[in-house]
Design a protein around this ligand. Sequence first.
Ligand code: B12
Ligand code: SF4
Length: 529
Amino acid sequence: MWSYATPLIQSIWDEGSLPGCQGLPVVELRFTGVDIMAAKNSKILFIKYHEAADQQPLSKKAAEKLGIFPSLALAGLAAWVRQHDFPVELIDLHVENLYPEDVAERVADYAPAVVALTSKTLGWPAVIEIAQMVRETCPNTLIVAGGPHMTIYAEESLTWECFDIAVVGDGEDTLLEICEHVEQGGGGWDEIQGIVYRDDSGEIKRTEARPLTKDIDKYPMTAWDLLPVQDYHCLTLLQPFATMVTTRGCPWHCGYCSQVYSEKLRFRGIEHVVDEMEVLERQYGVREIVFFDETFTIGRRRMRKFAAEVQRRGLSVKFNIRARVDTIDREVIRELKKAGLRSIHMGVEAGTDRVLKIMNKQISREQTERAFRICREEGVDTRGYFMIGYYDTTHEDVEDTIKFAAGLGLDWASFSVATALPATDLYRIANERGYVDGDFWRQYTIDGGGDIPQLETETFTAERLRAYRTKAYMKFYMRPDLIRRKLSKAEGRAELLEMAGGATVLSEIVKSTLLKRIPSVGIGKWATV
Ligand code: B12
Ligand code: SF4
């Protein structure tokens, strides 16, 4: 917990040393975009489902304005098994705006030996629909799924007969072993670590856990050639854009965070990271990279090395990062800005230290003000994420948060109503106090969907929280100083379109409050919550 995390982070920060990174070989660019001759017979098909970029109860159209992103999980796994000579293909249903029935023929024609799916809790019903389509179309194909939801509820997921194997945690080595077994004729699943499978008698079995791979640099870069890079879009990004992660794991334990992986941090080498940026810029014309790391800014020395390497190679691609306010350092931000940092996203969550403590966020209001001030002064756009409706908070706390958000000088803000996701302290407490019915998410997994539990506490009704969220958005975005600033920054058509798009999303949020739209996911509803 914090007693573990604080000294670890403090030492990384002070010393600039990176426990996960030391001694790792710097690997050369392994994937060149050149088609690799596949020597094996088993074809592996990766299918990505539709997903909302945010958890607002928005219409599908408005949610898509917020962004459609590639799946790093699937395209990374595809690169890895392809490197081991398996023929691979990837279909992104979301960006192609297709549904399972639209691709059944394509899947049947390809006749994959393995179909690989990824799962997040809120997208679970869509994963079932894809798996069912594959089962009907290609009854002999092995259907394997991984990702956070499978990792949390592997056994429950396998109650759906359309899945054969659930992969728990990191997927590369496990998937490769599964593919090798398939290539050898299948079976022998009990020899593979980190899976839950159904044996011949129909019994669901779990194998021993797979130890974490320390050297994540051994995995190749995302198979960008399998993705329609030009088609992904997001309201606030320069097009075309790409996404990357440079770390795995997080040592903090925020109470609301569905952090299912290790608390041990693992880092990709800087050379490896910048190699990928270079390929993205030079081969794909990418203009902005979204670094989806939970905390990109860990380790001053690492950050300085990153910024220097990007500049040394003369890259002009811009990038944006996510960070914690307690890792913001003026010198590092200045260097990152020189290297192309366009915007920084940080979780603020609440306007008072009391609420931050309840959330176990381990930051203070003062650190937040300081971090955003530094970014603003260094010319980096800022975005803050706020949460309302946490347990043991009051109406005054919500008002304070709304006021705090409007006063921080941010360029963008995002307000969510607290949702008790699985594998969180918030969910455990919501259960104990009866805010959520039983183990809702377990049942949701078995049922294939349900109305997402609204955290109704003694203080707030769900309706009141939605009204607060609308108020927060209105108060934040309707400020004359912000509108003036945005207009003065809007240098061209793209920025004006971005503002128009933002206004549409805002009006959707207002509309959803008036219509009392309840977020719900289920089969046939497709993950737009
Ligand atoms: C990028 C991202 C997004 C992007 C998704 C882009 C995309 N198309 O992939 C966007 C912005 C759309 C998004 C949205 C949401 N997200 Co999100 N997101 C992330 C983030 C930051 C990175 C994901 C990533 O690409 N990681 C890198 C890849 C390589 O790792 P990975 O996905 O875990 O995959 C590895 C293993 O899981 C496994 N694996 C995964 N899939 C498969 C499949 C097979 C076959 C195998 C064998 C293995 C395997 O192998 C991979 C390599 O080792 C994670 C946090 C994190 N660090 O993972 C949160 C995270 C996944 N998101 C989360 C949440 C809560 C959400 C939202 C609900 C947020 C919101 N408030 O609206 C929505 C839900 C959207 C939906 N309807 O599904 C949670 C999920 C928790 C859960 N129980 O599902 C996470 C874990 C954050 C957190 N700690 O709470 N998100
Ligand atoms: S919110 Fe961010 S810092 Fe907190 S536990 Fe989750 S990933 Fe880590």
